[in-house]
Design a protein around this ligand. Structure first.
Ligand SMILES: Nc1nc2c(ncn2[C@@H]2O[C@H](COP(=O)(O)OP(=O)(O)O)[C@@H](O)[C@H]2O)c(=O)[nH]1
Ligand SMILES: [Mg+2]
Length: 182
């Protein structure tokens, strides 16, 4: 089974994957945006964490951006055991048009997904409240979406996310009949 991480370049996908995997440098974190140009799979217990290429990095050429878009589209269209998409959005900023298009598509295609707001440590309480109110207007069906603020610095949101992953993994095991405790 797979859990895929989608979002803009530099939003914190690799960092989140490393945090959830409990390793420092499984997925490569880079200070230079636009570095993950392929799809990387990281095996953790019985789950594949899928680091999709980041979109929307302005300095990437048009043709390369198109190639990345096709990679992501191809991934989502393929018949795979995709249990959850984690859509990442930098908590400091409004979602980009591409973020919103991706969310619309996840809703349309009935792909289960959550939103993780990254870099939550960079906002104070007031900024956070303002952003959350704005997200409710900017993100389609926001009231129905499970959204989790996350920080790799303070580890806010880590426990909730870990629990969600282990719930998904154990549901999967029950369906497979491969539950170790059985
Ligand atoms: N302050 C802060 N910085 C973060 C956080 N998550 C990621 N970053 C930084 O954001 C940059 C991009 O992170 P990376 O995981 O490589 O983003 P990716 O391109 O989406 O994979 C790096 O410099 C990270 O250290 C966070 O929660 N808090
Ligand atoms: Mg990355």
């Amino acid at each position: 089974m797979e859990i895929a991480f989608i979002g803009r370049s530099n939003v914190g996908k690799s960092t989140l994957i490393n945090t959830l995997a409990g390793r420092k440098s499984l997925a490569r974190v880079s200070a230079v945006p636009g570095k993950t140009a392929t799809i990387n799979f990281y095996g953790v217990e019985h789950i594949w964490l899928v680091d999709l290429p980041g979109y929307g990095y302005a300095k990437t050429s048009k043709s390369e951006q198109e190639r990345l878009r096709r990679l992501i589209t191809g991934y989502l269209a393929a018949d795979r055991d995709l249990q959850l998409v984690v859509q990442l959005i930098d908590m400091r900023h409004a979602p980009s048009a591409e973020d919103v298009a991706m969310i619309d598509r996840l809703i349309d295609e009935e792909i289960p997904f959550i939103i993780v707001f990254t870099k939550a440590d960079k906002l104070n309480k007031t900024e956070r409240e303002k952003r959350m109110a704005a997200f409710a207007e900017e993100i389609p069906c926001f009231a129905d979406i499970h959204a989790i603020p996350f920080s790799a610095k303070t580890f806010e949101g880590q426990d909730v996310l870990r629990e969600l992953l282990s719930d998904i993994a154990s549901e999967e095991n029950e369906e497979d009949g491969t539950d170790d405790e059985a």
